[in-house]
Design a protein around this ligand. Structure first.
Ligand SMILES: Cc1cc2nc3c(=O)[nH]c(=O)nc-3n(C[C@H](O)[C@H](O)[C@H](O)COP(=O)(O)OP(=O)(O)OC[C@H]3O[C@@H](n4cnc5c(N)ncnc54)[C@H](O)[C@@H]3O)c2cc1C
Length: 539
């Protein structure tokens, strides 16, 4: 094939979105020799896989630790990236009971913890644990080999014959089982657990309607967590370096505001235009579908496009997250004695009950009639009954904090619309301040008694900050909400199709392209989208 000469603003591939998905796509396209440009709206790359420093304390903006899922390590190996990592063991705690999860055998400790707190539900706990064990076996199959998408199957005969082929029948069998466990975890637990508090304690730190398999597989994932030395952002940094090493270009502080599909042109906020042969959209999909101009595109394609757009725009993102960042004048050792640096903690065994969904929904339906006092009283209960994800980067890598100090990130899942309504009512700053106070009080009164007196600095990110920063609809942190009518592929055996859009020169990747999303699937879809383009350019 005759090689095309490309002018300055013309690219074989344009990748929009410098999160982990876009970085993966751009690295693979650049390695394949494509002229590729990665465009990112923020100054920093990484999106929700990012770290930053404030007053000498290193914090992670989004994800707190990484799970391989048979994807991250094979990708790093394939791109010849050396990433220095440590294990990121998890602790689980409810009230005064705290256990460390270090091996599969610790599942037994979890069982004992639940039995101690809910002695009247021993049989039900036994049932739940049986299901978790079964799911763990399925997970071993699912993630048990390096994902073939990152392997050179044609040349790696050992992998092909000794690993992939023997694995395939087990995979097909397991996928069948997984697809049958798609029911929302809240509904599934109702079939085996009568005690509503116990159900909440097991499931309340998952997104609304999380598929049972995904939620109950978390025990396996706890064992899989690792942490790059220097913070999770090091993963994004290593991919950025690879893109540059392979000759790819990166443009930050540039936001794509229009895509003219028929002309294959993307336009940024300063009216600069970029010509492309193929585009990968690795950012929020509602945004893409809103800004694509389809004039001049074949009517058949336009019909398909409009149908997909309608589906996307009527769907919404998952729950969002509120994260509180604390600079604490207390040595790491004080916290190490209590729990690991990645800690899921529930201060009360009562569980959220109706507080989280029904009460909040009813408040949001009539928000103009709800008083500030009612909202704050709800907030007080919401924080006392919730489950927190607590991350202490210094316990994973002591170089991430000033000597003798500790940086802590405390977060909880929360509803974007609540922040939107409070903002409309014009008391967002006060609300956020109160939420921070509630979280600090609850955690001090329950698990870290020294905390409140030793805080020297604090700030937080709300769902609205997430929306503004990475452009994520509804501030969602893993893509689409778990609804029946999912607008994207949600079956692992069809993941290859998840990156296709109705327009043949535009692909999609990242947490919005496949559900359930998250870091590993964002990386996988980033690679799948790059593969499609590389294959096309060879034909
Ligand atoms: C607190 C928290 C905890 C999490 N925990 C986990 C976990 O335990 N396990 C897990 O797997 N996942 C977890 N996640 C989710 C995970 O971090 C994300 O799903 C994943 O990082 C998404 O990557 P992405 O590249 O698809 O999207 P993003 O990271 O959102 O990247 C999209 C990028 O596109 C840019 N962009 C948007 N619009 C434009 C535009 N018009 N022009 C140019 N650039 C644009 C954005 O600025 C952003 O950098 C967590 C997330 C958070 C916030």
């Amino acid at each position: 094939m005759k090689e095309k000469i490309l002018d300055e603003n013309t690219y074989n591939s344009l990748v929009v979105g410098g999160g982990i998905a876009g970085l993966t796509s751009a690295a693979y396209l650049a390695r394949a020799g494509q002229k590729v440009l990665l465009i990112e709206k923020n100054k920093e790359l990484g999106g929700l896989v990012n770290s930053f420093v404030r007053n000498g304390y290193h914090f992670d903006t989004g994800v707190r630790a990484l799970e391989d899922a048979g994807i991250i390590w094979p990708m790093l190996k394939d791109l010849n990236i050396q990433l220095e990592v440590v294990k990121s063991p998890v602790s689980l705690g409810i009230e005064n009971e705290i256990i460390a999860i270090e091996t599969i055998a610790d599942l037994q400790k979890y069982k004992q913890l639940l039995e101690k707190l809910f002695p009247e539900s021993v049989n039900e706990i036994d049932e739940v644990l049986k299901v978790i064990r079964k799911i763990m076996m399925h997970m071993e199959v699912l993630y048990g080999i390096e994902n073939p998408v990152f392997k050179d199957i044609m040349h790696d005969k050992h992998y092909l014959f000794k690993k992939l082929l023997p694995w395939l029948p087990k995979f097909i069998f397991t996928v069948g089982k997984i697809n049958r466990m798609n029911m929302p975890v809240e509904d599934y637990l109702k079939t085996i657990v009568k005690n509503p508090s116990l159900r909440d304690i097991i499931s309340q730190h998952f997104f609304k309607n999380t598929p049972t398999f995904f939620a109950l597989s978390y025990f396996s994932l706890y064992l899989d967590y690792f942490y790059p030395k220097g913070g999770v952002g090091k993963l994004s940094e290593s991919l950025k370096n690879k893109i540059l090493e392979y000759g790819g270009e990166i443009k930050t502080e540039t936001q794509i505001t229009e895509v003219q599909a028929d002309k294959c042109i993307a336009i940024d906020q300063n009216n600069n235009s970029y010509n492309y042969d193929n585009l990968i959209w690795a950012a929020d999909l509602k945004t893409l579908y809103r800004l694509i101009q389809t004039d001049g595109i074949q009517p058949k394609t336009t019909i398909k496009f409009e149908e997909t757009k309608r589906k996307m725009l009527k769907s919404r993102g998952t729950d969002s997250v509120f994260s509180l960042f604390l600079e604490v004048d207390e040595p790491l050792e004080s916290f190490r004695k209590i729990a690991h640096g990645h800690f899921f903690y529930t201060p009360s065994k009562l569980g959220l009950g109706d507080t989280h969904r029904e009460e909040l929904d009813s408040m949001l339906r009539n928000f103009e009639k709800v008083t500030k006092e009612q909202v704050l009283s709800w907030l007080d209960r919401f924080t006392k009954l919730n489950t927190f994800e607590i991350s202490i980067p210094g316990l994973k890598d002591a170089s991430l904090v000033p000597e003798g100090k500790t940086g802590i990130i405390i977060s909880l899942l929360t509803e974007y619309n609540l922040f939107k309504e409070v903002q409309k009512a014009d008391w967002l700053t006060e609300f956020i301040h109160e939420l921070e106070n509630c979280m600090i009080n609850v955690v001090t009164d329950s698990v870290y008694p020294m905390l409140k007196q030793k805080i020297t600095g604090r700030f937080s990110f709300s769902p609205l900050n997430i929306e503004n920063r990475v452009g994520s609809s509804e501030g969602a942190i893993v893509g689409w909400a778990f609804e029946k009518d999912m607008p994207v592929v949600s079956k692992i055996q069809y993941s290859d199709r998840s990156v296709i859009t109705p327009i043949s020169t535009i692909y999609q990747a990242g947490q919005w392209a496949y559900s359930p999303g998250g870091v590993p699937m964002s990386i996988l879809t980033g690679k799948l989208a790059a593969n499609k383009i590389i294959k096309k350019s060879k034909n």
